[in-house]
Structure formats: C-alpha cells, structure tokens
Design a protein around this ligand. Structure first.
Ligand code: ADP
Ligand code: MG
Length: 321
C-alpha cells in the first residue's frame, strides 16, 4: 500500500536519512525503530509531507505522492505531544479535522459515537484537554486519527510521555484497536520492547540507514549485524572473542555448569523472575570479555567467584566482518 523508495534527507553536510526504502501492506503495523537521533521522525515527516526528501519517492496505492502537500495525502498523525487544541472540548478536538474536510454533520456524529465507544472517552466529551490525564489526552489524539478513516496512520512515539504502567496498557489498547479496525500504521519508537510487542514488522534504523527489516521473531533469532543483535533484546546479546572469531550468544542461552569456560563474577543483579550475572571471561588481547548470563530464579554469586559456563553451539550467532 505504501512504498518508500530510497528517500534521503540532508541538513547541510549532514545526511540524517540515507536512502530509506520499505513498504507497508494493507492492515499492517510497521514499527520504525532505532536509537534517538537515527532519523525516525525525519523519515515519518517525509511520509507525512511535512518535510521534502532530497531524493527518492513515496507511493501510496500506486500513486506518487512525493510532491503532495500533507493535506492532499490524507494520512492521519498521532504525536508524542498529543497536539490537541486546549480551548476546544474533547468532542470538538476529535472531529476537528472532519469539519475542515466538510464531512456532513450526521456523518461526524456517527463517527464520533463509534470512536468514543472504542477508546472509552464517553464521560469526558465535554471536558477540555487541561482537565484530562496524559493517557486520556493520548486517547483523544488516537480517536481523532481513527475518525479520519485515513488510509494510513502515522504515530511518532505516542506513548513516551506516559508512565511505564500506562504505557503498557496503551500499547495493548492501540494494538487491539489497530487489529480490530484493520488500520495500516507506521509507528515510530526508540523502545525495542514496544516495537517487538506491537509490530507485524520492524524497520530497524541506525544512523540514518536501514539496519534490518524483519518480523520481530526473525529480528531476534537471526540478527544480520552486531548492531541488530545488541539493539534487540535485553540484556543485549553478548559478543565475545575478536576479529574473525567473534561470536554472539544471548544471555538466556548461557548455562552455569560444572564444566565449560571459566568466568569470574563481576556483579549479580536480582530481578525477581531471573538474576542477571555479569561475568568476566576474558583472555588477554580479546576485545569483548564481559558477558551477561540470565539465570532463572534467584541466585547469589559473590564478586570474584569463579564459575564455569557453557552453551549449545546451535545458539551461537556469527556475523560477517
Ligand atoms: P529520531 O526521531 O530518530 O530521534 P530525528 O529524525 O528527529 O531523529 O533527527 C535525526 C537527526 O537529524 C538528528 O541528529 C537531528 O539532530 C537532526 N535534525 C533533525 N531536524 C533537523 C533540522 N531541522 N536541522 C538540522 N538537523 C536536524
Ligand atoms: Mg523522533
């Protein structure tokens, strides 16, 4: 449905988005994931028409929209900052865009009623945004995007202003709504857990470029680069050895055993369901000598304690240099 083909954006000498290409299928939830400053928002703005690419093209339903104004693209957007009108009531905020687009009063009412039900704002329609919590404001912004019935909804870190518990709830809510309505979504986030738990597919970016595009499971199980291996998963994948002998092993794949590789405990971090043990496996001259081990349950290892660790070779990851 959406085809982004080699779009780039430069600010002076700085290339902040470098030949980005990916597609979004009808009804698909695609996460644009990467560290802060890697070019996610700039990419989303180019798709929205708020920034012009210096090269490349964007197609929506087979039509080239690269040069169209934001209004002509008819996409919906949800921002981190909610972007609500403080002087308008919740219901007026929700249907604001419909009035501008001359949707009939009856149709506005119909769409408002159905969306209010969906996002659970029934008791708040007469309030102003200042009287709402952050989560409720974000629901208003979501409702506004839903009533637009846009082909594609663009969301830029919509949950990052909310506390952790609410963020978790809204994550589930947004995903459920998206699936129920069959919405096509591009969802920008720097949070790999958010992307992994919500998205059908993830476009992982690093420094303006695409690192890997895959379904969450493949990104986790078959990372093509060390960046991907360490960005996805927490704690990140261990990389040990150096040069051609460098290999990756996930913390949950390392066992503490009665034989294997010697490791000296550095610290021990108890999380409830598991304990993360940081250990030194260094031989002289190696680049990477600390590993994290995910030990199920509670463990108390002393600093300097000597352990033996092992893993199945089938769980090793290799990366081209
Ligand atoms: P992200 O959303 O992934 O955090 P952005 O797309 O906002 O990243 O920004 C990518 C890079 O582009 C950053 O280094 C940022 O400082 C730079 N940048 C963004 N907008 C401008 C601008 N208008 N002028 C110069 N540099 C910019
Ligand atoms: Mg951003």
């Amino acid at each position: 449905m959406l085809k982004v083909e080699g779009i780039s954006r430069r600010y002076g000498d700085l290339t902040v988005v470098d030949k980005l290409s990916f597609t979004v299928n009808e009804g698909e939830f695609v996460a644009l994931l990467g560290p802060s400053g890697c070019g996610k928002s700039t990419s989303l703005k180019m798709i929205a028409g708020l920034e012009m690419p210096d090269e490349g093209a964007i197609e929506l339903d087979g039509r080239d929209i690269t040069q169209l104004s934001p209004g002509e693209r008819k996409l919906a957007m949800v921002f981190q900052s909610y972007a609500l009108f403080p002087h308008l009531k919740v219901e007026e905020n929700i249907i604001f865009g419909l009035q501008a687009r001359k949707v009939s009063k009856d149709e506005q009412k119909r769409r408002l009623d159905s969306v209010v039900e969906l996002v659970g704002l029934g008791d708040h329609l007469q309030k102003k945004p200042g009287q709402l919590s952050g989560g409720q404001c974000q629901r208003v912004a979501l409702a506004r995007a839903i009533v637009a019935q846009a082909k594609l909804c663009l969301m830029d870190e919509p949950l990052s202003n909310l506390d952790a518990k609410l963020r978790n709830e809204m994550r589930t809510e947004i995903r459920a709504l998206q699936q129920r309505l069959g919405m096509s979504v591009i969802y920008v986030t720097h949070d790999q857990v958010e992307a992994m738990s919500m998205a059908d597919r993830i476009v992982l970016m690093n420094d303006g470029k695409i690192e890997q595009i895959d379904v969450p499971k493949a990104l986790y199980n078959n990372p093509q680069t060390i960046f991907t291996a360490q960005f996805i998963g927490s704690p990140p994948m261990n990389i040990i050895g150096s040069g051609k002998n460098r290999l990756g092993i996930r913390p949950e794949h390392i066992e503490i055993s009665d034989k294997g590789m010697p490791a000296n405990v550095v610290s021990c971090d108890y999380h409830g369901a598991d304990t993360i043990v940081l250990a030194d496996v260094g031989a002289a001259g190696e680049d990477q000598k600390l590993v994290k081990i995910r030990y199920p349950g509670h463990a108390m290892f002393e600093a300097q304690q000597r352990l033996l660790i092992r893993w199945d070779s089938g769980n090793e990851h290799r990366f081209p240099n």
